[in-house]
Write a protein that binds this ligand. Sequence first.
Ligand code: SF4
Ligand code: SF4
Ligand code: SF4
Length: 187
Amino acid sequence: MAGVDDIDMLLPQTQCTRCGYEGCRPYAQAIIDGEAQINQCPPGGDATIAALAALLGRAVLPLNPANGTHGPQRVAQIDEEACIGCAKCLPPCPVDAILGAQRHMHTVLVELCNGCELCVAPCPVDCIRMVDRTELVDRKIAAAASAPTTEDNRRRFQAHAARRLERTAARERLLAERKSGSTAGGP
Ligand code: SF4
Ligand code: SF4
Ligand code: SF4
């Protein structure tokens, strides 16, 4: 019988949340739990629906328009003149495709960007826009010719999640040390 791992293997791994879940694996779990249908992943489109239907022995369904539409690959572009260097776009990027530091201009590594759009809403000055990858290829931006594969997305998301966990653990250790220090030195 197919499990969460088998379903997750068929999903595009952009972690875009358009399926209505926090990422690809939570969506896979929801399918197993009978909470979600197999037609909720716009980045995967018909190909992913067909693969899920074959795996699970279900009927093919049309993509649910409530989740969005399947279209050409897109990438984020930052208007570097308008960027204020607030760094709010960095944490949401599941594949760490944005480079920059506080108070410095940020830029997108288009060869890593999976088009999830999760960086767009957090930008306080609306200087991130999504463009078709082919538009950048036409403009002879060489890096745009190489789009990340599903496996690239998975590997980079796992690394991103591991770094986030490590940062949280380090912060908690620091807080605990400070707390125990202030208790030891207390009245
Ligand atoms: S790629 Fe598909 S399964 Fe993964 S989060 Fe986006 S919509 Fe959900
Ligand atoms: S740069 Fe933006 S659109 Fe591209 S992967 Fe990161 S969060 Fe998603
Ligand atoms: S969120 Fe917008 S303004 Fe802030 S660093 Fe990112 S691109 Fe620049």
